[in-house]
Ligand binder design. Structure first.
Ligand code: ADP
Ligand code: MG
Length: 246
């Protein structure tokens, strides 16, 4: 077993008096890919957001490499840089160039030397096939290109785990494959530890070491990927896969 990266213990989340996440428990080790599946509204985004501090949770604990995350602690800002996140909406600055978007956080937050980060960025842009676009404004790019930049912007921070929340959901079908390939390469070649929320079931089956199947904020299954897709334990998961034509 490789090193533990994230551990979630009895996490509960309320919005007002609505109980959104119920006693969530799981562990993620270095190099593992966990896919988070479940119907719309089951709490996938809320869980992902709790893991990188965009949402506070009501009880329970999250550990990063054995260290308990406390959102009010000074060390949280440091830990947070190790947890990369990419969303469905790219949230790039439209009036900055691709390179300026990428350099912003590493130079301002991490105080890394601009020249060095720019060199890093060129390498990453090449990896995603966008080396020619460094000086373009992000508003000029297609959705698929913007999403690649959003991935580079997360990777430039040298994260130890990447969280992807439906990153292909708003893309044209012909853009989807390229993004899925980038995530596959990150896993297979760079052994990146990842949590992926996706509705692309073929991709999920290919990439998932572990599947968490969520419904109404409960984990119904925490199953090795191969087992989940071949033989889901619960009827609810079987129905879900069927509804996805899988
Ligand atoms: P999923 O990503 O699986 O579609 P979400 O995590 O977005 O699910 O939502 C889970 C539940 O939490 C839904 O019932 C949703 O309406 C509710 N919810 C999400 N965000 C908020 C919020 N900011 N305030 C109140 N309720 C919310
Ligand atoms: Mg969601």
């Amino acid at each position: 077993m490789t090193e533990e990266i994230l551990r979630v213990e009895n996490l509960n989340k309320f919005y007002g008096d609505r109980h959104i996440l119920h006693d969530i428990n799981f562990t993620l080790h270095q190099g593992e890919v966990l896919t988070l599946l479940g119907p719309s509204g089951s709490g996938k985004s809320t869980l992902i957001r709790c893991l990188n501090g965009l949402e506070d949770f009501s009880s329970g604990a999250v550990y990063f490499k054995g260290e308990k995350i406390n959102l009010t602690d000074k060390n949280w800002q440091e830990i947070r840089q190790k947890i990369g996140m990419v969303f469905q909406s790219y949230d790039l600055f439209p009036n900055l160039t691709v390179m300026e978007n990428i350099l912003l956080a590493p130079t301002k937050v991490q105080k890394r030397a601009k020249d060095q980060v720019a060199q890093d960025a060129e390498g990453l842009l090449k990896d995603v096939g966008l080396e020619k676009y460094a000086d373009s404004y992000t508003r000029e790019l297609s959705g698929g290109q913007k999403q690649r930049i959003a991935i580079v912007r997360a990777l430039i921070m040298h994260p130890e785990v990447m969280l992807f929340d439906e990153v292909t959901a708003s893309l044209d079908p012909e853009m989807v494959r390229g993004i899925l390939q980038i995530m596959t390469k990150l896993s297979k070649e760079h052994h990146m530890t990842m949590i992926i929320v996706t509705h692309e079931m073929g991709f999920a089956e290919q990439i998932a070491d572990q599947v968490l199947f969520l419904e109404d904020g409960h984990i119904l299954e925490n199953t090795p990927g191969k087992t989940f897709f071949a033989q889901p334990k619960t009827e609810r998961a079987r129905d879900f896969l069927e509804s996805m034509d899988f």
